[in-house]
Design a protein around this ligand. Structure first.
Ligand code: HEC
Length: 171
């Protein structure tokens, strides 16, 4: 009985402390105040496990036909460039204010970290509590597949090739 009472008192105090924390605005939601390192690590594990598990059911096959590259480039140029930039083209200045910062899609590290289906899932669904939008309601499945095929090649594409494939940046 005493143990039960102790648990109830502990939970009540914890709930009270939580309510005080929230009510007095102790958590700063400002995008200019970074998380603690331990919070960043916890969020990364949460995000990565979520992507790995939820992308297992992706059925859409990769679009590897090189003839589709210009289509992938055109979609990238329209939908991704403001935040991720492209070979020879910087991202829009506003993207510097995003927290977390947009992933670097030009270095090749994202392409070696994620497989095709995982990249597909990220772009179709977006990433909650980050600036990464979901494109599943604005693009067809085959359009997302084509842009992913393009993203996988992106680190090897030169600025000149990019311009030839995509034309100039859409305003
Ligand atoms: C409005 C800004 C914005 C746009 C537009 C955008 N992204 Fe992102 N993207 C982000 C941000 C912010 C992150 C980082 C999320 C994180 O750290 O978890 C991200 C992360 C990613 C990731 C990597 C996930 C990881 O491991 O961090 C991929 C892949 C990606 N974006 C692809 C795309 C593609 C392809 C497009 C276009 C179809 C696109 N993004 C459009 C903001 C954007």
């Amino acid at each position: 009985m005493k143990v039960l009472l102790a648990i109830i008192v502990f939970l009540a105090v914890a709930a009270g402390a939580g309510a005080v924390f929230v009510w007095f605005g102790c958590f700063n939601v400002s995008a200019r105040v970074p998380h603690w390192d331990i919070t960043v690590e916890a969020i990364e594990v949460l995000r990565d496990r979520s992507i790995i598990v939820n992308s297992r059911d992706v059925k859409t096959p990769p679009m590897t036909d090189p003839a589709l590259a210009p289509k992938g480039a055109a979609i990238y140029n329209e939908a991704c460039i403001p935040c991720h930039g492209a070979p020879g083209i910087s991202a829009r200045p506003f993207s510097q204010g995003l927290y977390p910062a947009p992933a670097n899609l030009l270095s090749g590290s994202i392409q070696s970290e994620w497989e095709y289906g995982q990249l597909y899932w990220i772009v179709e669904n977006g990433l909650k509590l980050t600036g990464m939008p979901s494109f599943g309601s604005t693009y067809e499945k085959n359009e997302i597949a084509v842009v992913i095929a393009f993203v996988r090649r992106l680190p090897k594409i030169s600025p000149g090739e990019y311009e030839r494939m995509a034309g100039s940046r859409k305003e």
